[in-house]
Design a protein around this ligand. Structure first.
Ligand SMILES: Nc1nc2c(ncn2[C@@H]2O[C@H](COP(=O)(O)OP(=O)(O)OP(=O)(O)O)[C@@H](O)[C@H]2O)c(=O)[nH]1
Ligand SMILES: [Mg+2]
Length: 358
């Protein structure tokens, strides 16, 4: 997960510490060296006197004293990070983030937040500049991700039942698989679930969902292929009401955000079945395309949040950083593999740990 991004971050850290830091530290080191020479003079004078009056023990004691003084002196020295120093670092970082699929708007936001946090900051000698920058980067990403927090479990616990959740997105992004994962997760938490086969369009879609339903032991509400998806989901909601089932999870056919008639069909599904949550599903590795599609689905039909799939196969990670900022809607879950248990409740800390772990 995020292998490419991690490698880039590693190279970035190295570059920051090697080149940009060196010149500034060299200046201070020269000053420190001068003072060390001064201390050295005093120390050796003391040592000489000690040697003259007492025995060798005192000399070695004085030598340790010199070392301690030296390290204290270096630690006290600080470098102030000015805008000029930061400019080069931030433009390197900007390229790194753009290459890692972080959306342009988000890169700009990260940049300005980092400037606010770093200009005028004092860096002690010995403290790595890269660590200071990366620590702040983590905090900035956390801030961006936490802006649209949403607790799915809390929502399910508190909402009036049945809860109708529909899953939308373009073709092949993992909607159907994610429905099966969410169904399993809800059942494990003690909720009753029914699934609606709202993809009546793609050949084999109903059978695919039926297979999942059978494996999980969940009731599937289906009509014939080609039927009106709004009618299928409406029936599933009525079924859930009659049987006091907690959650309806409704599949829909994959559709391009640019196909107006198909997007209008989602509008009809929403009017007829009044979902409590409309969840946009896309794959992490689609990068900026996924972010753009999320924005367009949100504008056209309205979404309440996103689920990003296939993080396990995404070397970059920028989609997960960007999608909630751009849509102003939370990421609810991420998919990390093909089995039912590969569904992680989204959490900024989880993502930051995955990106920055070495
Ligand atoms: N590696 C990985 N594969 C996934 C993940 N989620 C889904 N997939 C795979 O992606 C493929 C497509 O998944 P589907 O659930 O059929 O996608 P869909 O969005 O329903 O597709 P359409 O119905 O055709 O629009 C399948 O092979 C899934 O196993 C994930 O988190 N990680
Ligand atoms: Mg599907």
């Amino acid at each position: 997960m995020f292998k490419g991004l991690k490698e880039k971050l590693k190279a970035f850290r190295k570059k920051v510490d090697e080149s940009l830091d060196e010149s500034a530290e060299a200046e201070v080191r020269t000053e420190v060296d001068t003072e060390v020479v001064e201390i050295g003079k005093v120390e050796s004078k003391e040592a000489r006197e000690a040697e003259e009056t007492k025995e060798g023990k005192t000399i070695s004691k004085n030598k340790i004293g010199l070392k301690e003084k030296l390290s204290a002196l270096v630690l006290e020295r600080e470098i102030i990070i000015d805008e000029g120093k930061l400019e080069g670092i931030l433009s390197e970082l900007e390229i790194l983030l753009l290459e890692s699929d972080v959306a342009f708007d988000v890169v700009e936001e990260i940049n300005s937040k980092l400037k606010e946090r770093l200009i005028g900051r004092r860096k002690k000698i010995g403290q790595r500049l890269s660590s200071l920058v990366v620590d702040e980067l983590k905090e900035v990403i956390r801030e961006i991700l936490d802006k649209n927090r949403f607790d799915f479990d809390e929502f399910v616990a508190e909402a009036e039942k049945p809860i109708n959740v529909i899953f939308v997105g373009v073709n092949g992004t993992g909607k159907t698989t994610t429905i099966a994962k969410v169904a399993k997760r809800l059942m494990d938490a003690g909720y009753s679930v029914v699934i609606a086969a709202g993809d009546t369009f793609r050949a084999g879609a109903i059978e695919q969902l039926e297979e999942h339903a059978n494996k999980l032991g969940v009731r599937l509400i289906k009509h014939k292929a080609g039927a009106d998806p709004a009618a299928v989901i409406y029936d599933a909601v009525k079924h859930a009401e009659a049987r006091e089932i907690d959650v309806v999870l409704a599949d829909t056919a994959g559709r391009m955000h640019t196909k107006k008639n198909l997007i209008d069909q989602l509008g009809k599904i929403k009017r007829v079945t009044k979902p409590d949550l409309t969840i946009f599903v896309d794959e992490s590795l689609a990068g900026n395309d996924a972010v753009e599609r999320a924005r367009m689905f949100n504008e056209a039909v309205g979404i309440d949040g996103s689920i990003l799939t296939k993080l396990d196969a995404d070397p970059k990670g920028g989609t997960a950083i960007s999608i909630s900022y751009v849509t102003e809607k939370p990421v609810l879950f991420v998919g990390t593999g093909q089995s039912y248990s590969d569904l992680v409740k989204f959490d900024s800390q989880w993502l930051i740990e995955r990106i920055f772990e070495e």
